[in-house]
Design a protein around this ligand. Structure first.
Ligand code: ITT
Length: 220
């Protein structure tokens, strides 16, 4: 059984369109401070696999607004909880009034770990060095203890699957989906105005899930 480490029902609903044997696992992964979604997801997948001893996926997603130099990006969750999606929309609008454009990109990285090695393929494998270097933060002896000296930087390899979708930041529309979906428009329709299948067909997560699903079915 594949476990999807998330408390977000929307993510599970989207994943079920690609994976028939997936179930949610409520496990509180360490959310490291990093500007790399891959580093955050890889760290979570290692931790969750060590905890559950089952194949796991962890997905980290973020909204990168061009006019805000990529903000909120990896901080999207915190910003949704504090400023709110309308607040992000207003910030983007203010910048737009200053002549900036309204484009944005939604990115998603799915990290898979089952404790085994992976054959080389086009998708990156995090071996606890390349990505964790970005995730490690202060080294031993440096100030700060949040994520400093990432003791889980080594460990089993983690395979990463990435997806992205370009769009525009607009006034909120639609009541489907979750998170930033109402303010993210793709080809004239916000993600919140789409069904799950329509969103998956063009979305960051749909693209990452399609790659992962194909690879995972062959691996099984
Ligand atoms: P888990 O960590 O439990 O998986 P989460 O919702 O916090 O749930 P993320 O950290 O990946 O998941 O999400 C970062 C933020 O981006 C968060 O505010 C989400 O609501 C939002 N988000 C993620 N995927 C999204 C999507 O497909 N559409 C709209 N917003 C999304």
């Amino acid at each position: 059984m594949l476990r999807y480490v998330t408390t977000n029902e929307g993510k599970i609903a989207e994943a079920r369109e690609y994976l028939d044997d997936v179930s949610a696992l409520d496990f509180d992964c360490t959310e490291i401070q990093s500007d790399s979604l891959g580093a955050i997801a890889a760290r979570g997948a290692r931790e969750a696999h060590a905890h559950a001893d089952e194949p796991v996926i962890v997905d980290d997603a973020g909204l990168f607004v061009d006019a805000l130099s990529g903000f909120p990006g990896p901080y999207s969750s915190y910003v949704e909880d504090t400023v709110g999606i309308e607040g992000v929309g207003r910030l983007a609008e203010r910048e737009r009034d200053e002549g900036q454009d309204d484009r944005a990109v939604f990115r998603c990285v799915i990290a898979f770990c089952d404790g085994e090695e992976f054959a080389a393929s086009p998708d990156p494998v995090d071996r606890g060095d390349r990505v964790s270097a970005a995730a490690t933060g202060p080294t031993d002896g440096e100030a700060g203890d949040d994520n400093g000296g990432d003791s889980d930087a080594s460990g089993p390899p983690v395979k990463l699957f990435e997806g992205a979708v370009r769009g525009r930041i607009v006034e909120p529309r639609g009541d489907g989906g979750f998170g930033y979906d109402p303010i993210f428009e793709h080809d004239g329709t916000t993600l919140a105005e789409m069904s799950t299948a329509e969103k998956n067909a063009i979305s960051h997560r749909g693209r990452a899930l399609a790659k992962f699903g194909e690879w995972y079915h062959e691996r099984k």
